[in-house]
Design a protein around this ligand. Structure first.
Ligand SMILES: Cc1ncc(COP(=O)(O)O)c(C=O)c1O
Length: 473
């Protein structure tokens, strides 16, 4: 390209080159994929030292405007394409840092009320005791309950931390103290705080493959390099975790989405791996309240003797996602930094909601609700298995699981792993299912669907599955 760069010789030369090329990329005079002159050539053309151009190129590369390909040269980055063209986006001159690529849009069922709702991750909100909740919230909105409207405790209302402490030490054997619990805005914010405190941009983190894409995206937005690691029948394959990984994100109780419970030996392996590699483990315990085999399973955190596990819980599945309340239990060595991270993020979570939840747990309504929902979810879980196991020609094979709000089921071998086209057919027939392929950080390898049962009552499951089958033709 014929790049015209006129320089003011009295000013910072590298800075001017940087700004001119950046401007040319932003207004589309330089297009994605287009080659820019080599540093030596541009330096000669505009009469500056090669290093001066080099400094500008390095900055442009660091900010994602340019990319260099070994042996081929330097090019305008392809990745900025969507964010770049001001002609097509009359929404201002500023552009996000390249760590924020155009959002990956997930195709989902777009209607409001699918006739058969197998959406994943949504609890049964029709069964939520809204009347009790409303009574408690009204009481907790009073001036005294809200600490006179002033700022409250950064790590969470003491009454709520005490209630969470009782809950997780009994049901999950989590070894902690109320002062080591940080109340967060869902599991999502817990991971956000962890990443802020533990990671530096460019470091590698391991995630389960398939896994929970919003967590991958969060980690990427912090500049982490996400490495997908396969999951087998025992959980994440520890041997496949690269040596230089700083943090491993896992869901040991009920792997999302495959449903595997991490075996005792794999838990030991993972803890030993983290010890050997000086790494942290994030235990995402998103739906552990709903275990159906009666054996309460101890959290991975309870086996950790070297302070490497950060335990993350949420009320999004046990109560409702709209609450935006979750919590984080960290080793003492990280507690002060995490508390500070919470403070700089949003000072603390909403006090009225925290106070209401504390009372909801303390008066026993939470435990009653969880017990009731566990029975219902178990009945739905068994019904899906029963129907899929019954058919003479198995077209959808449920993966074994003993917990949670969804079952993942696989299509016959030979089905292309990208099941989005099949899911679209189901959506068109008013059956909302999630393609398994959307939960892969890398290339999908297994064809299947995630069948959530929070949104569908037991008596509708058989019809829903037969409609699903018919829709796939
Ligand atoms: C595996 C997993 N982790 C975390 C979350 C996020 O939870 P929260 O709503 O508490 O941010 C979800 C919610 O769908 C989930 O499925």
């Amino acid at each position: 390209v014929d790049l015209q760069i006129n320089l003011d010789r009295d000013q910072d030369l590298s800075g001017q080159i940087y700004r001119k090329i950046r401007r040319a990329v932003l207004d589309g005079r330089l297009r994605p994929g287009e080659a820019v002159p080599a540093t030596r050539e541009l330096a000669r053309r505009i009469g500056v030292a090669r290093g001066t151009v080099g400094v500008a190129y390095e900055r442009l590369t660091g900010e994602g405007f340019l990319e260099s390909r070994i042996g081929a040269g330097t090019f305008v980055s392809q990745r900025r394409r969507e964010a770049r063209d001001p002609g097509s986006s009359p929404d201002g001159a500023l552009r996000p840092h390249p760590r924020w690529p155009p959002p990956r849009t997930w195709a989902t069922f777009s209607g409001d009320h699918p006739e058969f709702d197998f959406r994943a991750g949504v609890p049964d909100l029709r069964s939520f005791p809204f009347r009790s909740w409303q009574r408690i919230v009204t009481r907790q909105l009073s001036r005294s309950a809200m600490c006179n409207g002033e700022y409250g405790d950064v790590i969470g209302l003491p009454a709520l931390r005490a209630a969470i402490h009782r809950h997780i030490s009994i049901s999950r054997a989590v070894d902690t103290h109320p002062d080591r619990i940080i109340v967060t805005s869902g599991a999502t914010q817990a991971l956000d705080l962890i990443a802020r405190v533990l990671l530096v941009a460019g470091e590698r983190v391991a995630v389960e493959e398939p896994g929970y894409p919003p967590s991958h995206e969060l980690l990427q937005s912090m500049g982490a390099h996400v490495v997908p690691v396969p999951v087998d029948a025992q959980g994440i394959v520890t041997d496949a975790i690269p040596d230089d990984v700083r943090l491993v994100h896992v869901s040991p109780t009920h792997q999302y989405p495959l449903g595997v419970t991490m075996s005792a030996s794999r838990r030991r392996d993972l803890l030993a791996w983290a010890d050997r590699h000086d790494a942290a483990i994030v235990e995402d315990d998103y739906d552990s309240e709903f275990r159906f085999d009666g054996r309460p399973l101890e959290a991975l955190q309870s086996l950790d003797s070297s302070g490497r596990v950060l335990y993350v819980g949420t009320f999004s599945k046990s109560l409702m996602p709209a609450l935006r309340l979750g919590f984080l239990v960290a080793p003492p060595s990280l507690q002060p930094a995490l508390a500070k991270a919470k403070f700089v993020s949003d000072w603390h979570s909403n006090l009225a909601a925290q106070a209401a939840l504390a009372e909801f747990i303390n008066e026993g309504t939470f435990a009653r609700h969880v017990r009731r929902m566990r029975n219902r979810y178990q009945a739905r879980h068994e019904r899906i298995n029963e129907i899929l196991d019954q058919t003479a020609d198995p077209w959808l094979r449920p993966l074994p699981a003993q917990a949670g709000l969804h079952i993942t089921a696989l299509l016959p071998a030979g089905t292309p792993p990208d099941t989005l086209p099949l899911a679209r057919k189901a959506w068109a027939a008013n059956v909302a299912v999630q393609p398994l392929s959307q939960t892969y950080a890398g290339t999908p390898t297994r064809a299947g669907f995630i069948l959530g049962y929070g949104g569908i009552v037991r008596s509708r499951i058989a019809d829903g599955i037969s409609r699903l089958r018919d829709s796939l033709g």
